[in-house]
Design a protein around this ligand. Structure first.
Ligand SMILES: [Zn+2]
Ligand SMILES: [Zn+2]
Length: 336
């Protein structure tokens, strides 16, 4: 019998059968052109990392706890709760004053203003792990982790023109944040310096921001490579409990790609999802309304088991064909 081999993909890219992944030249080292915006982002991100080098020499408990509070306010309330589940996916509603306050915290995480963040993220969901995805690991781990941020041309090419965020662009507040983001970041750093000197800047700005960067970026990189697929999403998204621990529940990323509208990402009782607990608390106090979660029907449609069942009749037909071939061969043998 002649054996044929099919080209094998690196293990992280082994997919559902219906997904075609084209491995391309890694973008991380092949930027087309450095724009002014790219240099500004690189400088800001580098500066935050340099600040972290001073962390051991400026440690004191007040500065440390200030860093933790910033990680929670900017990371949980700002990025995961407001930017992601609220603004990007509309999975619940908040009173405007609270939405705007949380969006302000999100902006201080230095991951871009709400219009930029939400637009990029909506493109990610629309074109997950295809040519048009702004940050898929198909273009390399480091590119999906943070390289894509430093290539403005690439983002423009991927459709970064804000046509998918009309709901935010229409609001004066978000347009104001978009044009003044740098001023707010400087004011925040100045306030920290006034309150606690250089240690507060190092821990409140540097350490908390860099920590926030890498845990958030891990959702784009790690959670599209390593982990478990619980649902038939047709992309590379994975559930990764380790990332979920540090990202306030965002690591249940395959759940999220399966049910983008859901305010809850940790769908099992044991899937820790801190952002969801906070949303439930806000709902309890009447502050979060119209909170969306997947119904049984939603889950049934995305279930991998059902997909297997759908495939079963085809498998049976294949088996029958094989059996009939075997029989005809046997008959031919007996007749000789
Ligand atoms: Zn999302
Ligand atoms: Zn994703």
């Amino acid at each position: 019998m002649e054996l044929t081999t099919t080209p094998t993909l690196p293990s992280p890219f082994v997919l559902e059968e219906n997904v075609v992944v084209k491995l391309k030249k890694k973008r991380a080292t092949s930027f087309t052109k450095w724009e002014m915006k790219d240099l500004l982002y690189v400088s800001a991100v580098l500066l935050m990392h340099v600040l972290c080098l001073f962390a051991p020499f400026t440690f004191n408990w007040n500065a440390f706890w200030l860093g933790v509070v910033h990680y929670i306010l900017c990371g949980l309330f700002g990025v995961t709760l407001c930017y992601h589940r609220g603004l990007s996916h509309g999975s619940f509603k908040l009173p405007k004053y609270l939405e705007y306050l949380f969006a302000y915290f999100g902006m201080l995480a230095l991951q871009g203003d709400p219009i930029f963040w939400v637009s990029t993220h909506r493109y990610h969901h629309k074109f997950t792990d295809t040519e048009a995805d702004p940050h898929s690991p198909v273009e390399g781990f480091w590119f999906s982790h943070m390289g894509w941020i430093f290539d403005d041309n690439y983002l423009v090419q991927k459709g970064e023109n804000y046509v998918n965020v009309g709901d935010l662009v229409r609001q004066r507040y978000y347009r104001f944040l978009e044009t003044t983001v740098v001023i707010h970041v400087y004011l925040h750093a100045a306030l920290l310096y006034m309150l606690g000197g250089f240690p507060f800047v190092v821990w409140g700005k540097g350490v908390s921001t860099v920590w926030g960067y890498h845990v958030t970026f891990s959702v784009n990189s790690v959670c599209h490579i390593w982990g478990h697929q619980a649902w038939n999403t047709g992309d590379l998204s994975k559930n990764n409990w380790f990332v979920a621990l540090f990202t306030f529940g965002e690591g249940w990323h395959n759940n999220h790609h399966a049910f983008e509208f859901s305010a809850r990402h940790g769908l099992e009782w044991w899937q820790l999802d801190t952002t969801w607990y906070v949303i439930k608390l806000l709902e309890h106090f009447g502050l979060a309304t119209n909170v969306k979660v997947p119904s049984k029907i939603h889950k049934h449609k995305k279930s991998l088991k059902n997909r297997m069942d759908d495939m079963k009749p085809q498998t049976d037909v294949k088996m029958q064909k094989m059996i009939s071939v075997d029989c005809s061969e046997a008959k031919a043998y007996l007749s000789t």
